[in-house]
Design a protein around this ligand. Structure first.
Ligand code: B12
Length: 511
């Protein structure tokens, strides 16, 4: 798990600061003594209101699920012991199931989706003794009932989040994380499993001007001197002309920074764009095709086809960026055949004869089912979940057309052949990325740290060790998860609360 600097929280902090409020940010990500940190922050400052940012509900790993809400509850309970100030929850994790999160964490208010305007509006209303119930994006208990005024996602709120001002970025950089920047909000894609175009950002694009984006980068470059910058847009290269405008503006500036991004789509990715990315200072990126089977690309509604993917891979291979490819195995219609198509694509395009290996394929098994997505409805129809399923639990879809024993064999055979493949559950036996992260803290390894995984995998394959890391009983465990999640009680009963010692989930602490 790569630590992500809390840019969303910083946007909200900056907006509140610019509205004239005194603001402090406490980043607990790397802190061990949570209670002491909270005491120090709260008792010295006596805030009139406290906001808590909740990014992830869980780690979205079907093979090794970790749920974070119980840890968040512990934090909230300490805050409640220390102060009577109203508590406002926000962040992507909070927005995905506002009622469930407000209930579970006993918050007073919750902001759905972007927080700049809603949080400042809420502060204003509370300071005047008015109810914030009608402010877009505000969720709360109103006359004993859950009340939400839907968010209005019409423009990109102005303002610089000033990440480096609110948060100490040193521990993030040590882990290989970058200074994060957002160039737009909204996502036009219609991927069936995704939440971006729903509550998180909406499907209407709200673009920042390239000059504005690059001014923010320039200011941070001179003030905080980060090792690299990362664009955190849902899809970096859509719309492609906006993305080009930003890259050209970077090229025009006199300084030279390093860049990376997560959301590159294979659509619109050609040598011209890659060349521009290289000139702007890109040193790696992540691309999210999810599958290399035409059937699955259609079923996932990815908005591009296999030809686009082949073209993108051929273009990428003309450059020497380390590229992390994400694949999602097990969506509606996935079969041994469609999986084989994806594996063959990896073997054909991602495995390069030239040394060292630049590509890494990260394969996730199982799709997380989020409320409000098309996948939620498909899962409901197919009986993976039922109308009383609790969205706060990790709920999974895994195509019934897959024979899981065969699937695991297919995946392991490929992973034992090609070092460019990373399988999450190997980590249970051998925590490779954690070890790499720890080494990276002591030795200045070239970033991103995942670029070293194919090299290590290759050593493991050559020495014959790779085939030893095959955890037994995975198919049976997955089948049991699915059976438990879609268990339909005969008579209606309240959804059981999420507890820390549930038998079918390992609810470990975040740290
Ligand atoms: C970029 C990204 C990544 C990058 C992060 C790069 C980086 N260095 O930051 C990478 C690829 C590393 C990544 C990894 C993961 N990610 Co990710 N990621 C995103 C993405 C696309 C954008 C996040 C972002 O920075 N947004 C920009 C900021 C400005 O928006 P924001 O954080 O939402 O903040 C706004 C509001 O939420 C609100 N707000 C935020 N905090 C607060 C606090 C208060 C008090 C208030 C009032 C409001 C408020 O106001 C903010 C400004 O408007 C989102 C999807 C999306 N489109 O949002 C997923 C997303 C956050 N990721 C998600 C997940 C699951 C993960 C991983 C667990 C995946 C995995 N299995 O490894 C890891 C976890 C990493 C970690 N340590 O957290 C999920 C989280 C949902 C969940 N159920 O848990 C999301 C929502 C995608 C999804 N599945 O729907 N991710």
């Amino acid at each position: 798990m790569l630590a992500a600097p809390p840019i969303g929280l910083c946007y909200v902090a900056s907006a509140a600061f610019e509205a004239g409020h005194e603001v402090r940010v406490l980043d607990l990500c790397f802190k061990r003594r949570i209670r002491q940190e909270l005491e120090k922050a709260i008792i010295g400052f006596s805030p009139q209101i406290i906001g808590v940012s909740l990014r992830n509900l869980d780690n979205v790993n079907m093979l090794r699920p970790i749920v974070y809400l119980p840890s968040a509850l512990e934090i909230v309970q300490v805050i409640r012991e220390l102060t009577a100030a109203p508590l406002v929850l926000g962040g992507s994790g909070a927005s995905l199931d506002p009622q469930g999160v407000l209930e579970f964490l006993h918050g007073d208010y919750l902001i759905v989706s972007e927080g700049e305007k809603s949080f400042v509006g809420l502060l204003k209303a509370l300071s005047r003794g008015e109810s914030p119930a009608d402010i877009p994006g505000v969720a709360m208990w109103h006359q004993g009932k859950f009340h939400l005024t839907p968010p209005q996602l019409t423009c990109f709120p102005l303002g610089n989040p000033r990440l480096g001002r609110w948060v100490d970025l040193t521990p993030y950089e040590k882990m290989g994380s970058s200074y994060t920047v957002q160039t737009k909000r909204g996502c036009r894609m219609r991927c069936i499993y995704c939440t971006y175009n729903q509550v998180l950002e909406g499907n209407r694009l709200r673009l920042r001007s390239p000059v504005d984006v690059v001014d923010e980068i320039e200011e941070a470059f001179y003030r905080f001197k980060p090792e690299s910058f990362e664009f955190v847009d849902s899809v970096f290269n859509d719309p492609v002309d906006h993305c080009q405008g930003i890259l050209e503006e970077i090229v025009r500036r006199p300084w030279k920074a390093r860049f990376t991004t997560m959301g590159v789509s294979p659509k619109n990715l050609d040598t011209q764009l890659l060349h521009l990315m290289q000139r702007a200072g890109f040193s790696s990126f992540m691309i999210t095709p999810e599958s290399a089977s035409e059937t699955m690309l259609t079923n996932y509604q990815k908005g591009f086809g296999i030809e686009d993917l082949h073209r993108a891979a051929e273009a990428i291979n003309q450059f020497s960026f380390p590229v992390l490819w994400y694949f999602l195995v097990g969506g509606p219609g996935e079969t041994a055949h469609t999986l084989q198509e994806t594996l063959e694509f990896i073997g054909r395009h991602l495995v390069r004869k030239k040394r060292p290996p630049y590509n890494l394929a990260h394969i996730f098994l199982g799709l997380r089912i989020y409320p409000g997505t098309k996948l939620w409805h498909i899962a409901l129809e197919e009986g993976f979940i039922h109308d009383r399923s609790d969205p706060l639990r990790p709920l999974w879809y895994l195509s019934r057309e897959l024979d899981l024993d065969v699937t695991m064999r297919q995946l392991y055979e490929a992973a034992c052949r090609w070092p460019e493949i990373a399988l999450g559950d190997v980590e249970k036996i051998f925590p490779l990325t954690k070890i790499l992260g720890d080494i990276g803290k002591v030795f200045p390894l070239p970033k991103p740290l995942w670029r070293h995984l194919p090299v290590i995998n290759r050593l493991l394959i050559k020495s014959g060790l790779r085939s030893l890391f095959q955890p037994a009983g995975v198919p049976a465990r997955l089948r049991e998860y699915l059976r438990l999640q879609s268990y339909r009680p005969l008579s209606p009963r309240p959804v059981p609360p999420l507890v820390a010692d549930s038998e079918n989930l390992s609810l470990m602490r975040h740290r």
